[in-house]
Design a protein around this ligand. Structure first.
Ligand SMILES: Nc1ncnc2c1ncn2[C@@H]1O[C@H](COP(=O)(O)OP(=O)(O)OP(=O)(O)O)[C@@H](O)[C@H]1O
Ligand SMILES: Cc1ncsc1CCO
Ligand SMILES: [Mg+2]
Length: 271
């Protein structure tokens, strides 16, 4: 755990020092929250839609973010081109939001098995469903109900570990407690707030923040840094909040003040 904590301190502080840009192709519902969270931790944001823009940002950034939450026909080409280019030249974080709904989302996510991300971030049902779609596990679970999870984080551990091994990267499963794994090391991270489940975009923005940290460190450290940052800042914000809207504001405030040390000091346990 000592080495992991040292890597977390460095990742948190390097992001503040370097200010890496982590461009996104992400859903229309939570785009503003994603950009603001990326900036709050010390990174910078750039949202793109066009095919050539997706390829260009995958060339110039260290890591980009792809979230399939709200798809339009053009996303088929843009996300495929950007994912292929990022697989070859840089890296991408995938949030398989609402996996299982619609032909385009299914085709896109099935295709990504051939040019996989370095980090997958999702709720438990999404992680189980992606592992099932890619033929990595055999499970009865993983029924996705829209964008919400119907499974527990614990029940997604085997799927997360199988996915992480397959992509040679890291997977984070979010929920009351979060799990981050590279397929060999699996860490449970504690904290956060029930308010997270009552606002939209906490998961989407967490994916964007994973991409910021992945611009300065390895996928496992990046996924854990982002997860811990949310758990620490979420707990602080809960103490300030009067309801869901003020929670969101207090959360961005807390995120903007976090240090690498704060991220490393989040309560964690190795599984
Ligand atoms: N009950 C809870 N208690 C503490 N933290 C929570 C709880 N539920 C979610 N979180 C936190 O909220 C963040 C987002 O996780 P969540 O599982 O809600 O993502 P999601 O379902 O993909 O969200 P969205 O799709 O709305 O963006 C994570 O940091 C997670 O730890
Ligand atoms: C509500 C919603 N619908 C599609 S994407 C999204 C944001 C949360 O995942
Ligand atoms: Mg989500």
């Amino acid at each position: 755990m000592k080495e992991i904590k040292q890597a977390l301190v460095k990742a948190g502080n390097d992001v503040r020092a370097i200010g890496p840009m982590a461009p996104s192709i992400t859903n229309f519902v939570t785009i503003d929250f994603v950009a603001n969270a990326q900036i709050a931790v010390g990174g910078s944001a750039a949202m793109v839609y066009m095919v050539d823009e997706g390829e260009t940002v995958a060339d110039i950034a260290k890591c980009i973010y792809i979230n399939v939450g709200t798809l339009m026909p053009s996303h088929g080409d843009t996300m495929t081109a950007a994912a292929k280019r990022a697989y070859e030249k840089s890296a991408y974080v995938l949030d398989p939001v609402a996996i299982g709904i619609g032909e385009l989302r299914t085709k896109l996510l099935e295709g990504m098995k051939d040019y996989p991300p370095k980090i997958v971030r999702g709720n438990a049902s999404e992680i189980i469903s992606l592992a099932k779609m890619w033929g990595l596990i055999d499970s009865e679970k993983g029924a996705v109900r829209g964008v919400d999870s119907t499974d527990t984080v614990e029940s997604a551990t085997a799927s997360a570990e199988a996915l992480a091994k397959f992509i040679d990267g890291a997977v984070c499963v979010s929920g009351k407690e979060d799990i981050v794994t590279d397929g060999t090391r699996t860490i449970r991270s504690f904290g956060g707030s029930e308010y997270f489940a009552r606002i939209t975009g906490s998961g989407c923005s967490l994916g964007g923040v994973c991409a910021v940290y992945a611009s300065v460190t390895d996928p496992f450290t990046a996924a854990l840094a982002a997860t811990n940052a949310y758990n620490v800042a979420g707990k602080i914000a809960e103490g300030e909040a009067k309801g869901t809207a003020s929670f969101k504001v207090a959360f961005l405030d807390a995120l903007s003040n976090l240090t690498g040390e704060d991220i490393a000091n989040c309560e964690m346990e190795a599984l």
